[in-house]
Write a new protein. Structure first.
Length: 164
């Protein structure tokens, strides 16, 4: 199921989406957490991107494992990439959970001139903790996406490009 998309390895396609979507998800969540006046605009995108990021990380991981099963001789070369990808999946899972909690807990103004639909702050200390958690896990997702992608690129391209 996770091995191919047409004639191409699925992993090669999915990782290109992951290196764009995961940092965009995390940056959206950071703005949602630290800019209360934009929460009306970013509430749903943060939730959907948070949930989508865990799905994307899962598909990237499973397609990577399927690719490795088809090409077991690559195991020693991609070991670091595989380990970092596993950690990235767990970071994305935590990110999705915190994004759901932030969606439910964080207050903010409405986009309507009447103010109807504004979400009141339930507890200021809780809001600060949830915001901080969202920022921290978002930074970790960005950092681990870069590290995982770097390890994968080095496994594939190291020694393949001509020297400058």
């Amino acid at each position: 199921m996770f091995e191919r998309f047409g004639d191409l390895p699925l992993h090669v396609l999915v990782i290109h989406a992951a290196v764009v979507v995961l940092p965009v998800s995390a940056l959206t969540a950071i703005v949602f957490a630290v800019v209360p006046k934009w929460r009306w605009l970013l509430r749903w995108p943060t939730l959907l991107l948070g949930l989508g990021s865990v799905v994307l990380a899962y598909v990237a991981r499973q397609s990577g494992l399927a690719f490795l099963a088809a090409r077991p001789e690559l195991q020693p070369i991609v070991q670091l990439h595989e380990n970092r990808g596993k950690l990235l999946f767990w970071y994305c899972l935590i990110f999705a959970v915190v994004a759901v909690v932030a969606f439910l807990v964080l207050g903010g103004p409405s986009s309507l001139a009447s103010g109807k639909g504004a979400k009141a702050t339930k507890s200021r200390p809780l809001e600060l903790v949830v915001s901080a958690a969202l920022v921290v896990i978002s930074v970790l997702v960005i950092w681990q996406t870069i590290r995982t992608g770097d390890a994968g690129a080095r496994a594939v391209w190291n020694g393949q490009l001509p020297k400058k």
